[in-house]
Design a protein around this ligand. Structure first.
Ligand SMILES: *Cc1c(COP(=O)(O)O)cnc(C)c1O
Length: 353
């Protein structure tokens, strides 16, 4: 497959101008991007080209009917200075699960991995050196047919670009348990990493911020009782020594960080439960003094500690985040796997050559 990817390198690398100690999240872009077109039921013309803007038809279907999906992943450097990816094959598989839900074509997993590796190898100078910093990687796919008839598009573009990001210092967040807006329902699109899911979450999040909260905790859309996620992360609690996370039910994004944490915990013999989690159970646990930890889990922050949850005006405070023994251990383990400090017994880390 490698010989198929045509590479045009930039003549004007922007790497010299980058200050790795001062990176605003999501604003720096590396020199190159990977692009593949889909037409006549085939993925064609895989290429790596200089990062740049491109033309799009005003009626491109992604802009109107939202056939747009993405992934978020990170490359880091191990202790030998080699670029490393974390479980990239799961991202290749998940974008295809998203594609199926949005009536988009699947993207060949080998080409995803090959394009990703070649792109990261070419721009490996953009990987920030400090542990916790990373090269953020954004694979995405969108519909390009210029047509305003409602139907699945016939043409698509798949791309990957990257950009360096600094360490993510996650201050403990104050959450509003959302009892009016819904992120996703079983049978909807919540399990797909679809652009539209994010658009729908912006207004509730803005309103919560106006009320003094940092983020929204999503509840189920039928009874507004069962916990789903926090912002754009999966959510974990430690209640009386047991780790509890909501079971994926079609409305919850199947996070790769979530899966990784569950695997590590089960191996260590720490009790974990994937099940329905009623907000009233959290209130009761708080009252009994057994609500020990709460944190979000996702690629960007790894672990984002939660300071408090407010449900219909009722405050559920958490102990201070430095006491989150399990959450902090998970963050340290996952960052350590990425940097090579923790032994990778599962072959989760893929070294880019
Ligand atoms: C991407 C995402 C997550 C986290 O997934 P990771 O694979 O761990 O990064 C969780 N929830 C939502 C809604 C997401 O979009």
């Amino acid at each position: 497959m490698s010989s198929n990817i045509a590479i045009t390198t930039t003549k004007n690398s922007r790497l010299e101008g980058i200050d790795f100690s001062n990176l605003a999240f999501g604003r720096s872009f590396s020199d190159h991007m990977f692009v593949v077109d889909y037409a006549e039921k085939q993925w064609v013309n895989p290429r790596i080209v200089p990062f740049e803007s491109f033309m799009i038809h005003p009626s491109a279907m992604a802009l109107h009917y939202g056939q747009a999906i993405f992934e978020g992943m990170k490359a880091s450097k191990n202790k030998d200075g080699k670029a490393c990816l974390f479980r990239p094959e799961l991202h290749a598989r998940r974008i295809n699960a998203s594609a199926r839900r949005m009536s988009m074509p699947e993207f060949p997993e080998e080409l995803f991995l090959e394009g990703l590796q070649q792109l990261v190898a070419l721009d490996s100078g953009w990987i920030p050196p400090q542990e916790g910093s990373a090269l953020y990687i954004r694979p995405f796919m969108f519909a390009t047919d210029g047509s305003f008839g409602v139907r699945p598009s016939d043409r698509y573009t798949f791309m990957i670009f990257t950009g360096p990001v600094g360490p993510y210092y996650a201050e403990p967040v104050k959450l509003k348990a959302e009892t009016h807006f819904v992120r996703a329902v079983p049978g909807g699109t919540g399990e797909a990493k679809a652009a539209g899911n994010y658009a729908g979450a912006l207004l509730p999040t803005e309103l919560a911020k106006q009320e003094g909260f940092d983020q929204v905790m999503w509840l189920d859309g039928h009874e507004f009782r069962y916990v789903q996620e926090v912002g754009t992360m999966n959510i974990f609690f430690v209640i009386d020594g047991k780790v509890v996370t909501p079971a994926t039910d079609g409305a919850i994004l199947k996070g790769i960080t979530r899966a990784t944490i569950l695997e590590i915990l089960r191996e260590k013999g720490i009790p974990v439960e994937e099940r329905k989690l009623d907000i009233h159970e959290l209130i009761a646990a708080h009252e009994q003094g057994t609500l020990q930890e709460a944190w979000g889990a996702g690629t960007a922050a790894v672990i984002a500690p939660i300071a408090s949850i407010t449900y219909q005006g009722q405050l559920i405070p958490l102990p201070s985040a430095d006491k989150f023994a399990i959450g902090n251990a998970m963050k340290d383990t996952i960052n350590g796997l990425r940097s090579g400090r923790v032994a990778d017994t599962h072959n989760w880390v893929v070294v880019v050559n």
